[in-house]
Structure formats: C-alpha cells, structure tokens
Design a protein around this ligand. Structure first.
Ligand code: 4NP
Length: 149
C-alpha cells in the first residue's frame, strides 16, 4: 500500500504527516505493508528541507522528519494507492491533474480525524502554537488512517 501526503509547499504539513505515519507504522511493526511519501502542489520548495518550525515540532514529539521537497506529478496519481490532501485547495489542485479513475484515490486528510473535518490549517505564516495545533490534528488523523486498515 502506497500513501502520498500532499500540501502546498511540502515543507510543513505533508512532511510532518508522512513522519507521523512512518512512526505509527513502525510502532505497529507494519513497515513491510506500507510505503509513504509526501509532496507539494506548488514548486516553491523543490529540494528544500522541511521548515525549521516543522523540524522543531517533530523533534518535540520524538518523530524523525527526513524529507526533501518535491512537487506533485501526474504519475504520482497512478503510482500511489491513496493520496491525502491537507486542505481543500490542495484537493482542487490535485483534481486538476487527475482523471476519473485516479480521482477516486484522493481524500482529505481530515476525513480520518475523529474530532473534526475540513482543512489541516496552513501554518506557514503562523507561530509555534499553530504548528502544535497542526501536529495534534495530524496525529489524530493519521491514527484514524492507520486504524482504518
Ligand atoms: P505547507 O506550508 O503547504 O504545509 O508546506 C507552506 C509552505 C510554503 C508556502 C506555503 C505553505 N509558501 O507559500 O512558500
């Protein structure tokens, strides 16, 4: 099962989601069952390390974040089994590259959040508290995702 986490810049939300997912999969000993990656719909941060605040947030929560920014491509929609958009704007941009068949693999990340729906808010222009909130949302959503298998 191949899962792709998608946001705009691929330096804040989606690399955090990927790192949280990898940790939960590792804790359950399910590494052989899953492959994961993340990317952005935008091209601003190709080849960049995650944002320093995302790295700090991951470290605070004992999560290893290890990713370089890359942009979503049409072939990602073929290659991955499940594509998770962080917000509705990402979803729209992913759909713009998708066909009827690949569209069915695309979902909002928070469709797995037991405590809420809608967007994982973009923390880029926010502060540490905003990153903490994003972490809580992602932790719940990824837990819901892992439990869904
Ligand atoms: P992300 O956050 O989509 O969660 O990685 C952002 C990162 C960069 C930008 C916007 C959002 N940007 O405009 O450069």
């Amino acid at each position: 099962m191949k899962i792709l986490f998608v946001c705009l810049g691929n330096i804040c939300r989606s690399p955090l989601a990927e790192a949280i997912f990898n940790e939960k999969v590792r804790q359950r000993g399910l590494q052989k069952e899953f492959q994961s990656d993340s990317c952005g719909t935008g091209n601003y941060h190709i080849g960049d390390w995650p944002d320093g605040r995302a790295i700090k947030c991951a470290q605070k929560n004992n999560i290893l974040i290890n990713h370089l920014g890359r942009q979503l491509t049409r072939s990602d929609l073929e290659d991955f089994d499940l594509i998770l958009a962080m917000d509705r704007s990402n979803l729209k941009n992913i759909f713009a590259l998708a066909n009827t068949e690949t569209k069915s693999k695309v979902k909002l990340m928070r469709s797995y959040d037991p405590l809420g729906t809608g967007d994982v808010p973009d923390p880029y222009y926010g502060n540490e508290k905003d990153f903490d909130e994003v972490f809580e949302i992602l932790d719940r959503s990824v837990e819901g995702l892992v439990k869904s298998f």
